[in-house]
Write a protein that binds this ligand. Structure first.
Ligand SMILES: C[S@@+](CC[C@H](N)C(=O)[O-])C[C@H]1O[C@@H](n2cnc3c(N)ncnc32)[C@H](O)[C@@H]1O
Length: 228
């Protein structure tokens, strides 16, 4: 049996639609596709990694679980070797800019992709903006915390955004703002304190002003009074 998924990977698994054809890009251990197939949520997947070590690890895990006929393992970069039947991409455990670069390298391969799931560690504004520019909207967002680290999971769905996202939506996450999960409010409180601590430093007036603006936005978002 595959190992139990971490809190983060379990939340990612919950975002994969039943019966999807999933490609797990940057799969490493391939725990996500293995677990999804074992629980019957999907029946076919591709696991992709561009480095020999992780590729060997994923291949070993897939073989050990008797899933070599259900999970195609590729030693390849990003979407270079994407199978044509894939309709859902997971790009997890990687930086936001790398996520964007992988997707933007092959816009033609996104034609068949209905959902893109990612958990960028940083550059979330860029990810929200750039993936939407590829013809997607933000369909769901989940915040989880594991080992004191907050993870922001985003599922994009093919289609157009009804109303363009505001700067506040891009910064905080349009769905997270609507859901107001207690963990989201906890994270906001944490970043409010961190931004507030910057005021004691010897900053240029411009920098100070930008921190003060951010501080006010976070404070208003906590209160639920920040505009769109
Ligand atoms: C930290 S691991 C994440 C593993 C798993 N997706 C997760 O979320 O737990 C990131 C993996 O992405 C792979 N990777 C980085 N750039 C890649 C690329 N351009 N194409 C395919 N895989 C890539 C790395 O080799 C590494 O195994």
């Amino acid at each position: 049996m595959a190992k139990k998924l971490s809190i983060r990977l379990e939340a990612i698994a919950s975002m994969v639609k039943e019966g999807s054809y999933l490609a797990d890009v940057g799969s490493d251990h391939a725990l996500l596709p293995i677990s999804l197939i074992q629980r019957g949520k999907i029946s076919y997947a591709q696991a992709i990694d561009n480095k020999a070590g992780p590729f060997m690890r994923m291949k070993g895990n897939v073989d050990d679980n008797g899933l070599s006929s259900r999970i195609r393992c590729s030693l390849s970069d990003g979407l270079d070797d994407l199978s044509s039947e894939i309709d859902t991409l997971a790009l997890c455990g990687m930086g936001g800019l790398l996520t964007c670069e992988i997707l933007e390298k092959h816009p033609e391969k996104l034609d068949a992709i209905r959902y893109i799931i990612c958990d960028p560690h940083r550059d979330l504004v860029a990810v929200r903006k750039r993936v939407c520019a590829l013809g997607y909207f933000i369909d769901d967002e989940i915040i989880v915390k594991e080992n004191k680290i907050y993870y922001f999971l985003i599922r994009f769905a093919k289609g157009n955004v009804a109303v363009p996202y505001s700067g506040n939506d891009l910064y905080f996450g349009p769905i997270l703002r609507k859901k107001r999960d207690p963990l989201y409010l906890e994270w906001l409180e944490e970043i409010r304190k961190k931004v507030g601590a910057q005021f004691d430093k010897n900053l240029s007036p411009e920098k100070k002003e930008s921190y003060q603006r951010l501080y006010r936005a976070i404070r208003d978002e906590i209160k639920g009074t920040l505009g769109k």
